[in-house]
Design a protein around this ligand. Sequence first.
Ligand code: PLP
Length: 368
Amino acid sequence: MARFDPIGSLKPHIRKLPPYEALEDLEDLAAAYGFEPEEILKLDGNENPYGPSPKALAALQSDYGADRYADAAQFRLRSAISGYVGVPAENIVAGAGSDELIDLIFRLWVSTDDTVVTSGPTFGMYAFDSGLNGSTLLDVPRLDDWSVDGEALLAAARDAKAVFLASPNNPTGNLLQPELLDALLETGALVVLDEAYIEFAGADSATVRSASEPALIVLRTFSKWGGIAGMRVGYATGVAESVDVMLRAKQPYNISAASQAAALASLEDLEVLNERARMLVTERDRLADAMRRSEYLEPFPSDGNFLLVRVRDGRSGHEASEALRQHGIFVRTYSAPRLADCFRISMGTPEQNERIVAAIAEIGASDG
Ligand SMILES: Cc1ncc(COP(=O)(O)O)c(C=O)c1O
């Protein structure tokens, strides 16, 4: 009798799935470059250098109920998020990071014969989950200033099931043009607006709008502003009907007891977290100025906790990144041709950024 063939029996679209390029491990990097892990500035994941808030850290050291399954209905967490974002709990569902919610949206609304639209360069999970779920991804490339090509996007959206856009966008840092959101909501497609970095932006969130707009789902996260990326807590907001199916379809215990405790405590530490976000915005603008003065680095304007930086002295983004690695500074580079001369750097603390400014000066001088 023929035996089961695990590869040959895969769904056809899974066989073609490209690997997701996950972040490199800090300990591995330290060992490879001859640093102690604590000497490394790992600025490739847009995490928060201040880490969890004091109350979140205390909650993680408390008896948060590791022996029991966490609340599947996420009742306390959704109520607390409701107080933070200003929409009722029935309009909120939490996920193991917004990553989980992106996949959930695909599984609920996007079939294998559907097209989804995005506008690159952008966050890789939209393409990854499109591949995982077997749909067709249509990329409408951003214009040279990284703004979304409105007309082309609207035309594509009219034939699509869903549109995924990040605002601020990762890695380009810019916000979506507000008038484009209005027009997109009229196309008949589901618009998923990913606001992972909205706490760093000089713009209002669309969360409140999503609670009464059936065509809109907004994604937000505790990973960036909240400093608990490793706990994996994100959330989606939308009309109650959409949120209800998401609550029914998610894995029942998708947010662990520890993660729920950390997120709840973070929401009791808003003053600290908001002050840290302000400091990161100040650092972002200060680092951008220092880069501009270097004359070989050109940061793009950013509304996130990171900068996309163009290298202007002929070196590739990868070569600049290698030079920074020799100083223990790890940034994100890209294989896409449009970003070949760029790297992305997440904001550090003022002290960390001093180290970056010194490294930038040295790297420029040694080659100049
Ligand atoms: C635009 C965007 N959305 C979502 C995420 C992932 O967030 P989470 O940690 O909540 O899964 C990221 C992380 O880099 C991101 O850049």
